[in-house]
Design a protein around this ligand. Structure first.
Ligand SMILES: *[C@@H]1O[C@H](CO)[C@@H](O)[C@H](O)[C@H]1NC(C)=O
Ligand SMILES: *[C@@H]1O[C@H](CO)[C@@H](O)[C@H](O)[C@H]1NC(C)=O
Ligand SMILES: *[C@@H]1O[C@H](CO)[C@@H](O)[C@H](O)[C@H]1NC(C)=O
Ligand SMILES: *[C@@H]1O[C@H](CO)[C@@H](O)[C@H](O)[C@H]1NC(C)=O
Ligand SMILES: *[C@@H]1O[C@H](CO)[C@@H](O)[C@H](O)[C@H]1NC(C)=O
Ligand SMILES: *[C@@H]1O[C@H](CO)[C@@H](O)[C@H](O)[C@H]1NC(C)=O
Ligand SMILES: *[C@@H]1O[C@H](CO)[C@@H](O)[C@H](O)[C@H]1NC(C)=O
Ligand SMILES: *[C@@H]1O[C@H](CO)[C@@H](O)[C@H](O)[C@H]1NC(C)=O
Ligand SMILES: *[C@@H]1O[C@H](CO)[C@@H](O)[C@H](O)[C@H]1NC(C)=O
Length: 492
């Protein structure tokens, strides 16, 4: 019998929930403002099904919040209904104790919310031909479930208004808005709403134009940069400001430009220059509203072959018993990245007028010749395609015909360098060649205009230092000394 009643009761409850208008826990899933209270009721009006459940009485109902019984002080009961006053969030359930079991009659989920915070720091960006996006600060304790509506009101055509809604801190209107506009952001949730202050913006000042499309062409001594923007027709060229950024080796530079074209002066040939550009209408003040940087274009700066200056030197061994000399030619040309076709070396016997031409590739920097005791003129040039650099000459004097050497050659170690000085010979000299070597295959050399120079080498190693005066293209006799770069002192 009791079992029969219990199952009949359950059937009634199912019906009750289906018709909660008349019988059950209500209101359903209410949202209340923090600090306020709500009355939750179990209603079983006269004539409703609940009212006819066996043993049912509003006085027998038990209320729980999140499975913990609510103190009866909060109950309000009369003959037709039972209610409870609740202040916090959670699941409120209504039970009846029946045959030792708590039978659930219904429940409702209470949500407690703070009213939304007033949106601040509104700022918007107009993306060319695309959209209008606003961001705002929705407060540190952003209330979930808050919906924001941005209202954009035109000030010139009164009445025109756009809006967008969002549950985050930004939203986008898919229109291009060109006017001075009033912007407000309204925050709204189930327990309140608040509007931001009005922000008045001339959209020209927040217009972020599209990414420029850039091309870069390397020319002799310069790069020609050209770029375009989609909005070109909307502005006079002079109303667009642009910034060029270019990098080569580890140097980074930028320069301002107006729309369209610019030239970058090439400081180094045969290196990669990476160039990009960005622009903004001159009505825009903050960098934030500048266009994105264009893609990076990398080009190799060109070598002006006609301006290449090669340094050429030779080291002449003492003649052998038959009067033949080994001559080592050394040159400093262009770095391999210049992609030149090679070097052309011409060796001419000045007495007979005979000459021979030798070709070397870009990685070569020296060669050995065997010459007889006569006077030779040797020249070198860089060639690339149809262009050739100016030739550079040196002379190998005939045996016994060398001109006078420098005087008073001296060397002093100084920090980790070696300071070398000498006195000029009597006749006027064009320049001096200084060589330093600690062995046959390790020769350093440089040109000097003055009568002193500093050399860098390895410490504690004995170097042989040679200075030759160059009279026009004619070298004089060598002066030589031995020296250590550090410690050890000098000896003549
Ligand atoms: C019980 O209380 C509710 C709400 O306070 C009221 O509407 C209803 O008339 C009351 N019923 C009786 C019989 O007093
Ligand atoms: C009650 O509502 C809250 C917030 O809406 C939700 O997170 C929670 O899961 C709900 N609880 C139940 C039991 O439905
Ligand atoms: C725009 O806002 C200003 C106040 O900032 C107000 O005086 C003006 O009437 C507003 N204009 C429109 C069209 O709403
Ligand atoms: C960029 O410009 C080049 C030539 O100036 C053109 O071929 C290319 O289609 C342009 N690209 C874009 C994305 O506009
Ligand atoms: C840049 O490179 C040059 C040579 O490659 C070097 O001497 C110089 O120290 C570098 N500068 C910086 C800041 O890295
Ligand atoms: C220049 O860049 C290209 C790739 O972009 C690379 O292959 C080349 O080695 C670089 N040249 C130099 C001289 O750095
Ligand atoms: C362009 O190059 C610079 C520097 O090399 C780099 O910082 C930047 O991210 C690059 N930009 C793109 C779009 O690749
Ligand atoms: C001569 O050139 C070769 C490579 O071609 C190089 O290894 C060598 O060090 C050079 N010798 C001198 C003295 O420059
Ligand atoms: C070399 O010359 C040819 C034709 O004269 C030209 O097509 C080519 O671009 C040139 N190459 C270089 C690297 O200058």
């Amino acid at each position: 019998m009791s079992l029969f009643v219990f199952s009949q009761f359950l059937i009634v409850i199912v019906v009750c929930q289906a018709e909660h208008e008349t019988c059950g826990v209500f209101p359903k899933d209410p949202v209340i403002k923090m600090g306020s209270e709500i009355q939750i009721m179990f209603g079983s009006p006269q004539g409703s099904f609940c009212g006819s459940v066996p043993f049912y009485s509003p006085h027998k109902l038990i209320w729980k919040l999140n499975d913990k019984k609510i103190a009866e002080d909060f109950y309000i009961v009369n003959s037709t209904m039972s209610a409870v006053t609740v202040q916090s969030s959670g699941m409120v359930t209504c039970y009846m104790h029946l045959h030792g079991v708590d039978v659930i009659l219904g429940g409702t989920n209470i949500t407690v919310l703070l009213p939304p915070v007033k949106p601040t720091k509104i700022h918007c960006i107009l993306f060319a031909f695309e959209k209008f996006t606003c961001h705002w600060n929705s407060g540190e304790n952003t209330v979930s479930g808050t919906e924001y509506t941005v209202y954009v009101t035109f000030t010139s055509c009164s009445g025109m208004m756009y809006s967008c809604t969002s549950k985050t801190d930004h939203c986008t209107i898919k229109s291009v808005i060109l006017d001075t506009v009033n912007i407000t952001v309204k925050a709204q949730n189930a327990v309140g709403s608040v509007e931001s202050d009005i922000v008045r913006i001339d959209t020209l000042s927040i217009w972020k134009i599209g990414t420029p499309n850039i091309t870069v062409k390397p020319l002799l001594h310069k790069l020609q940069v050209h770029w375009e923007i989609q909005e070109e027709d909307l502005f006079p060229d002079s109303a667009i400001n642009c910034e060029l950024l270019y990098q080569y080796e580890n140097i980074s530079e930028s320069k301002g430009a107006k729309l369209g074209d610019a030239e970058i002066v090439v400081e180094r040939p045969c290196v990669n220059y990476t160039v990009s550009v960005r622009c903004a209408p001159d009505t825009v003040v903050k960098k934030e509203y500048w266009s994105d940087w264009s893609r990076n274009i990398t080009v190799l700066s060109l070598l002006d072959v006609k301006a290449v200056k090669i340094h050429l030197w030779r080291k002449i061994d003492a003649p052998d018993g038959r009067g033949y000399r080994r001559v080592m030619l050394m040159w400093k040309g262009v770095q391999p990245s210049c992609n030149i076709d090679g070097y052309k070396v011409t060796v001419g016997n000045l007495r007979s007028g005979e000459f021979s031409v030798l070709w070397f590739n870009i990685l070569d920097s020296n060669t050995s010749l065997v010459l007889d005791g006569e006077m030779y003129r040797i020249s070198i040039a860089v060639y690339k395609n149809d262009s050739t650099s100016p030739e550079v000459f040196i002379t190998v004097p005939a045996i016994g015909e060398e001109r006078p050497p420098v005087k008073e050659l001296q060397a002093f170690p100084e920090n980790s360098q070696l300071y070398v000085t000498w006195a000029p010979p009597q006749s006027p000299v064009n320049h001096y060649m200084v060589e330093w070597s600690s062995g046959d295959d390790d020769i350093g050399w440089l040109e000097s205009q003055s009568t002193s120079t500093s050399l860098i080498g390895q410490p504690f190693k004995l170097y042989r230092i040679t200075v030759s005066p160059i009279y026009d293209t004619w070298p004089g006799q060598e002066a030589t000394l031995l020296a250590y770069f550090k410690e050890g002192g000098t000896c003549q």
